[in-house]
Design a binder for this molecule. Structure first.
Ligand SMILES: *Cc1c(COP(=O)(O)O)cnc(C)c1O
Length: 523
């Protein structure tokens, strides 16, 4: 058909509208998010081929009288909705995730493959022991590997996260002191500790006593000696600390505590800086937790799953949660529930089994040399970043860095720019932000942990972006202050997001279905 001027006209308007709508859709998230319209169905049940039951008779008051308010969508709309949302997200599988303290390392796919093997994924926790030997072997082998790595005597895999491991470890500490006649009153915590440490001590009924760090960001041993007394249950020490510093005199710290009958708890969430190089059990630690979902490369974030095994010395063994895996005389394995001094269960069944499989796969795939290499690379990467950014950002502690490096925004503050602004600008350059304003011991902290996963090329891109932002702060601070510029939503009300989160779909106020014209007009 010959093209008349009118249709050409219409055609170009249409194209123009399409572009506007596309732009509109990327800019107006709520409109794009809300897809429901009455009567649409993604799936219909086949017709009933049995007599209909009387719901009220079966369920009484619990029977529903009105249909639930659910979004109404076709199947492809649902698929597109979730696929679209997934592409708006940032993930370690897309790029570097330098969130300090979180150890966002890559999770090798072989771990996922192994954890999905049918015999493993479908194992039932109530299978008889005779049919669970493989699963028990996974627990036992992982326990032995972690005991070897930490240099401790024994371990429980039950706790479901790092903070839960702390809770378990301090329960063990409490049970130990109680068995000696006095649970003691207080737990010492350095100001460079992870925030979960004081929370744990308080939840376990202890008074938290703050211990000031010295100018190197380390425990001040003289100060410690003054504060430890016969009412001190333990010192909870994050090592390396939250500023990425190794406590060089940790054995002396242990001696001071032990001389007063107190225990040394090590927060071992940062074991990725020590693994294969040194062992907490050898430098005086009595009890510690590990974060399998950090050091041993299993996926984390978004609320789980986690795993925070607690390793300890023999003196705490009687108090470990039940059950524990033990070897029979014939080499088979059993779960031992006969533990009169145990603090009890801290989690149902045996812990997050899928995580154990992934962690074990990671440990076995790397082997001792591989784990050591991993540690060295993690520390090397952090120090490479430190060296390259030193001139651009203030380094509050000059003590050598381990697996992460903490800068402050002191230089940028002079131009009115804070760590949070720099982090927002980093998003424009395609990176997940570093950890903002933590640890608290460094005002305006930028806490960067690259992990061993990143290549030099990726590190260089990140460094480039950070240097560029430092220059922007000098030349065009507004650009940084108003960042991010390249995201679908700009700065959000983070307080409202935390205090009044909207966590479920509630339906939108009804509106006319979106058409090319109405959308363009709205835009
Ligand atoms: C992450 C972390 C924790 C808490 O671990 P969760 O699994 O998030 O509970 C505790 N201490 C340190 C040092 C950490 O980095």
């Amino acid at each position: 058909m010959a093209t008349t001027p009118e249709t050409t006209e219409q055609g170009s308007t249409f194209t123009g509208n399409r572009q506007k709508v596309a732009a509109h859709l990327t800019q107006n998230e709520p409109l794009l998010f809300e897809k429901s319209s009455p009567g649409k169905r993604g799936y219909r049940l086949p017709p009933l081929d049995v007599p209909e039951a009387d719901a009220a008779k079966l369920l009484g008051d619990a029977a529903r009288t009105e249909a639930p308010e659910l979004p109404e969508l076709s199947e492809i709309e649902i698929i597109r909705h979730f696929t679209r949302l997934s592409t708006w997200n940032y993930a370690i599988d897309l790029g570097m995730y330098p969130l300090g303290s979180c150890t966002m390392k890559y999770n090798p796919r072989v771990n996922e493959f192994v954890s999905r093997l049918e015999g493993i994924a479908e194992a039932h926790p109530y299978q008889p022991e005779s049919l669970s030997q493989g699963a028990l072997q996974v627990l036992h082998t992982l326990e032995k590997a972690l005991i070897e790595i930490t240099g401790m005597d024994t371990i429980t895999l039950q706790p479901a996260a790092g903070a839960h491991g702390e809770f378990t470890g301090i329960l063990l500490t409490r049970a130990y002191h109680e068995s000696k006649g006095n649970p003691r009153r207080k737990v010492l915590i350095p100001d460079s500790a992870h925030g979960t440490n004081p929370a744990t001590a308080a939840v376990c009924g202890y008074q938290v006593e703050n211990l000031r760090s010295n100018q190197h960001g380390m425990v001040d041993i003289d100060q410690l000696a003054k504060q430890v007394d016969d009412q001190t249950a333990a010192l909870m020490l994050t090592n390396p600390s939250t500023i990425g510093v190794f406590e060089a005199e940790i054995h002396k710290i242990a001696d001071v505590l032990h001389s007063k009958g107190a225990l040394l708890y090590m927060d071992g969430a940062n074991m990725n800086a020590l693994c294969g190089k040194t062992r907490p059990g050898d430098f005086g630690v009595d009890v510690m937790h590990l974060n399998l979902h950090k050091t041993f490369s299993t996926p984390h974030g978004g609320g789980g799953p986690g795993s925070g095994p607690v390793a300890c010395k023999k003196i705490l063994e009687p108090f470990l949660p039940t059950p524990v895996v033990r070897e029979n005389a014939d080499g088979t394995l059993r779960l031992d529930y006969d533990r009169p001094h145990s603090v009890g269960r801290v989690r149902m069944f045996y812990g997050n089994f899928g995580m154990f499989v992934r962690a074990l796969a990671y440990i076995l795939a790397n082997g001792p040399d591989g784990l050591r290499q991993t540690t060295e690379d993690a520390v090397l990467n952090a120090n490479y970043i430190r060296k390259k950014l030193e001139g651009y950002y203030e380094l509050p502690y000059k003590t050598p860095s381990m697996h992460e490096v903490v800068f402050s925004d002191k230089k940028q503050q002079a131009r009115g720019i804070k760590t949070g602004d720099i982090a927002k600008r980093l998003i424009d350059y395609g990176f997940h932000p570093y950890t903002v304003s933590f640890p608290l011991i460094v005002p305006g902290a930028l806490m960067i942990e690259p992990t061993e996963s990143e290549s030099k090329e990726e590190l260089d891109l990140f460094i480039d972006a950070m240097q560029q932002i430092a220059r922007e702060v000098e030349e065009n601070p507004l650009l940084v202050l108003q960042a991010p510029h390249a995201t679908r939503v700009k700065r959000m009300d983070e307080t409202a997001a935390a205090r009044k989160p909207i966590l479920r779909w509630k339906g939108a106020p009804s509106r006319e279905p979106l058409t090319v014209d109405t959308a363009a007009k709205e835009w």
